[in-house]
Design a protein around this ligand. Structure first.
Ligand SMILES: [Mg+2]
Length: 306
């Protein structure tokens, strides 16, 4: 079964969660869940797994494994325009693994580095490969000028006519080591929340590939993101753009902004626009390749099939 099918099942089962539980503002299906506390504050909640042999090679330095485990969850907080608050980490360690203390020390240090102290966790021994799991709780970003909370930026908020931006280059994340050393785009997201306010409509982080993740904004918003492949900067400029769009693990942010905004979006560049879907081109994403051919965004990128 593919990951997208499994996730689809989780979303379907959780469809009426917000109706039955009034404190669930956003259930499964976005970068973070959004829940409301009894005092009315919103919290962002996200969880992620890191599996040896899939998300990192067995000979990866412990510090970089720990860094990636924390950074991936922070990227999801960034994708909601939030700030991280606290984290929890669990590890299933292979029998005989001798560096468990160092691993947890490193995760704790990276948590502190991003103002996200680890406040709990668990450890178990497994006969399989190492599996790390991190959960991060965050809060909506507080606007530095107005001191008011910025509403979470959802995948479903894109509007027809928006321009589509991305915060950095795409592709070759594994070959370049970027997937181990990326900086979660918290600062860029918060800058745009401050600068653009309600003109910042939708956001997602690129984990499974530019086309596939852009399509998620399109489907959630009921619209079509149209991306010009020639405008996308590649991390390795000589590499094949088809592959780059499918590599994934870029952890850049895709975001959509009102076309006639008076403010220049921060820390990103424009790669396309949002259009009304048609019968021939339903909601999702279309990538216009350098020859002018139109390809569905879902053709690119990871759908981890086992
Ligand atoms: Mg995400």
């Amino acid at each position: 079964m593919r990951e997208s099918e499994l996730l689809g099942h989780i979303y379907e089962r959780s469809r009426d969660l917000s109706t039955a539980f009034g404190d669930v503002v956003i259930g499964p299906g976005d970068d973070c869940a959004v829940v409301r506390t009894s005092s009315g504050d919103l919290l962002l909640v996200t969880t992620d797994q890191l599996i040896e042999g899939r998300h990192f090679e067995p000979d990866t330095p412990i510090d970089l494994i720990a860094r990636k485990a924390i950074a991936r969850s922070l990227s999801d907080i960034a994708a909601m325009g939030g700030s991280p608050s606290w984290g929890l980490a669990t590890a299933a360690l292979p029998e005989g693994y001798e560096h468990g203390d160092a691993l947890f020390d490193a995760m704790a240090e990276w948590g502190k580095h991003w103002n996200c102290p680890l406040v709990g966790g668990d450890v178990a021994i497994t006969s399989g490969p190492m599996v790390l799991s991190t959960t991060v709780i965050g809060k909506p970003h507080v606007n530095s000028k107005s001191q008011s909370n910025c509403p979470p930026v959802l995948r479903s908020g894109a509007k027809a006519g928006d321009l589509v931006y991305v915060t950095g280059p795409i592709g070759d994340s594994f070959e370049s080591g970027h997937h181990l050393s990326f900086e979660p785009r918290l600062a860029q997201a918060q800058l745009n929340c401050d600068a653009l306010g309600p003109d910042l409509h939708a956001m997602i982080d690129v984990s499974d590939g530019l086309g596939r993740d852009a399509a998620r904004i399109g489907r959630a918003s009921g619209l079509l993101l149209e991306i010009d492949a020639s405008r996308v900067q590649l991390r390795a400029p000589a590499s094949d753009w088809l592959k780059a769009f499918g590599d994934g693990e870029d952890y850049e942010l895709i975001f959509t902004v009102t076309k006639d905004t008076q403010v220049e979006p921060q820390g990103g560049y424009c790669i396309g626009r949002v259009r009304t879907p048609t019968d021939a081109e339903p909601a999702g994403c279309v990538v216009i390749d350098p020859s002018g051919n139109r390809r569905r965004g879902d053709e690119f990128g990871w759908d981890h099939a086992d």
